[in-house]
Design a protein. Structure first.
Length: 139
């Protein structure tokens, strides 16, 4: 198949395919007429790349999965290098979740302090004179 058909079937653009080709992720085969020629195995590579990018993987992190498929394995994540990328990504996600949990607790603590402080300063009074419906974005 030609580049336009591959792009359409993969849900991407010809520009993206050319970029992947320049990065060595997609083979650059040419037909006798000089046009790029692709097969079903190339579509499989693209689907693997897209799936991993949907998961938040950087393009270069997809390389071991692509190499695994090119080596003839039934799936891109059946090789040791791919498994190592998964392990690193999980560690990265865990670190991010820990940071978010810390920030969440800090914001929660700030909210509680603000609520207690506001009600102690003005018992029985509304906490704020401005109603949320009066807020204007950007002010």
């Amino acid at each position: 198949m030609r580049i336009g058909e591959l792009a359409q079937r993969a849900g991407t653009t010809t520009r993206t395919l050319r970029y992947y080709e320049s990065r060595g992720l997609l083979p650059a085969r040419r037909a006798v007429n000089g046009y790029r020629a692709y097969g079903e195995e190339d579509l499989r590579l693209l689907r693997q790349i897209r799936l991993l990018q949907d998961f938040g993987f950087e393009l270069e992190e997809t390389r071991p999965f692509v190499d695994c498929l090119r080596a003839g394995h039934p799936s891109g994540d059946s090789c040791p290098a791919s498994l190592e990328v998964y392990r690193r990504k999980l560690a990265e996600i865990d670190e991010c979740l820990e940071r978010l949990q810390t920030v969440r607790e800090q914001v929660r603590g700030q909210l509680l302090r603000a609520q207690v402080g506001a009600s102690a300063e003005h018992p029985g009074e509304p906490l704020c004179e401005v109603k949320p419906s009066e807020w204007v974005e950007g002010n």
